[in-house]
Design a protein. Structure first.
Length: 181
């Protein structure tokens, strides 16, 4: 169990330990440091990723058929479950008609309102789009004489951080750089 329940702080500490100071964040060294095996497999249309915690092994499998940015967020989210010490031996993230749900072996399910799911999403957002790096990029881009449109800003930052436009838009809203439409 981590000393703090602040997912962002835990993600920042992990990035600092691995001396990761620029975007995009590379997830493989993070998984290696934590002793997590990463695999990509055909998990079917509805399954995004799985975290399995066994006695001697921790595995994260992500859907090889999903876009790279989606796989990155799923991986970071599952790493979040692991480092935040969420109870359970298996987390299965499914996608049904653009809605993420989580099925745990303990029978609990979620549509993103479960505390553990929210924490894992906060962790993943900070891991892939660290606040200090996003702020640095925003300062650099907004200090230019030509102000980019919100759509171009989101698209450019999403590409730089290798996340979806939706994930970047949510991050910018949560950091106070965009006002939700």
């Amino acid at each position: 169990m981590p000393a703090t329940r602040n997912p962002e702080l835990i993600a920042r500490r992990l990035l600092k330990e691995l001396d990761m100071k620029k975007a995009p964040v590379t997830l493989k060294p993070i998984a290696q440091k934590l002793g997590i095996e990463l695999i990509e497999e055909d998990l079917g249309e509805e399954l995004s990723g799985v975290l399995i915690k066994e006695d001697e092994r921790v595995v994260i499998a992500v859907n090889a058929d999903h876009h790279e940015n989606r796989r990155r967020f799923t991986t970071a989210h599952e790493i979040g479950h692991f480092v935040l010490g969420h109870p359970g031996e298996m987390f299965v993230d499914k996608t049904l008609r653009q809605k993420a749900i989580v099925v745990r072996r303990d029978g609990r399910s979620s549509e993103g309102t479960d505390r553990h799911e929210i924490e894992a999403n906060r962790f993943a957002a900070e891991l892939l789009m660290p606040k200090r790096l996003v702020e640095k990029e925003m300062t650099k881009r907004l200090s230019k004489h030509e102000q980019p449109s919100p759509e171009k800003l989101v698209a450019d930052l999403a590409e730089q951080f290798r996340v979806s436009r939706q994930a970047m838009e949510i991050r910018l809203v949560n950091l106070g750089f965009l006002i939700p439409a």
